[in-house]
Write a new protein. Structure first.
Length: 228
C-alpha cells in the first residue's frame, strides 16, 4: 500500500523577496567597493607622502655632502657644460642651478679640482624633436641632476675661479632626487659666501585625478673651505 506524503507550507521566494534580496546584496557590494576605493586612495596619498619625503632627504643629503667639501662656489655664470646650461646665483641671489669646485687630493704637485654641479631637468626625453613625458601621472615633474667632472686644472694654479668652464666636457651624470616642484625649488648663495641655502621642494601624485602631495624643507649648508 502506497503512502501519500504531503509537504505543507512549502513555497519559493516571491518576486518581492527576490527584489529585496537583490538590492540588499547590491547595496553591500557598493559599500564594499566604496570602502576599497577609499583604502586605495588613502594608500596612494600615503605613498606619495613617503616618496616626497624620501626624495627630500636624498636631495639634502647629496647637497650637504658635496657642498661642504667645496673650495669654491662658482657665482654668477651662464655657461654650457656637457650640453647642460648652468645659471648660477650671484652672492645674495637665488638660482635653480649651482656649480662649485672641490680640491682633489693628489701627489702630483699640481692642484686639480672636481667641478660639480646641480641642476633641474624635466622628467622627459626628446625623440625626433618631440618631447615624450616619462611619467604621465606627473607631467610637470623635474629631476635634480648632478654632474661631476674630475681632474680639472685651473688656468692659474690654485685659483679655481680661473677654471675655463666652457671647455669642460664629459663627466658623469646621476639623478639625486625626483619629483621636484620647479616653481618652489631654488639655491641661494649668501652675501659673504659662507653658506648655501637650498629650498628642497617636491610634489607627487599617484593617480591622474588625485591631488598632489607636497613637501619642502629649507636647508642651510655651510661651506668649510669657502672662497668667493
Amino acid at each position: 500500500m502506497n503512502k501519500k506524503i504531503c509537504y505543507r507550507n512549502q513555497k519559493g521566494l516571491t518576486l518581492i523577496e527576490m527584489t529585496v534580496t537583490y538590492f540588499s546584496l547590491l547595496l553591500m557590494l557598493s559599500m564594499a567597493f566604496a570602502f576599497w576605493g577609499n583604502m586605495k586612495i588613502g594608500s596612494s596619498i600615503q605613498q606619495s607622502q613617503i616618496d616626497t619625503r624620501q626624495n627630500m632627504r636624498n636631495a639634502i643629503n647629496f647637497l650637504q655632502r658635496d657642498v661642504r667639501k667645496a673650495g669654491y662656489v662658482i657665482p654668477n655664470v651662464n655657461v654650457t657644460i656637457s650640453g647642460q646650461v648652468f645659471n648660477t646665483p650671484s652672492a645674495g641671489e637665488t638660482a635653480q642651478s649651482i656649480l662649485f669646485a672641490i680640491p682633489e687630493n693628489n701627489n702630483s704637485g699640481s692642484i686639480t679640482y672636481t667641478v660639480m654641479g646641480y641642476f633641474l631637468e624635466k622628467n622627459s626625453k626628446t625623440i625626433d624633436g618631440n618631447e615624450i613625458i616619462l611619467d604621465e601621472v606627473n607631467p610637470e615633474a623635474y629631476n635634480l641632476k648632478r654632474i661631476e667632472i674630475k681632474g680639472v686644472i685651473p688656468e692659474t694654479p690654485d685659483r679655481p675661479e680661473t677654471i675655463n668652464l666652457s671647455s669642460l666636457q664629459g663627466g658623469s651624470f646621476r639623478t639625486a632626487a625626483q619629483y621636484i616642484d620647479k616653481d618652489l625649488f631654488f639655491f641661494y648663495l649668501s652675501d659673504d659666501g659662507d653658506y648655501v641655502n637650498v629650498n628642497a621642494a617636491f610634489k607627487k601624485r599617484q593617480q591622474p585625478n588625485s591631488r598632489y602631495e607636497s613637501n619642502s624643507q629649507l636647508a642651510t649648508i655651510s661651506l668649510r673651505n669657502k672662497r668667493l
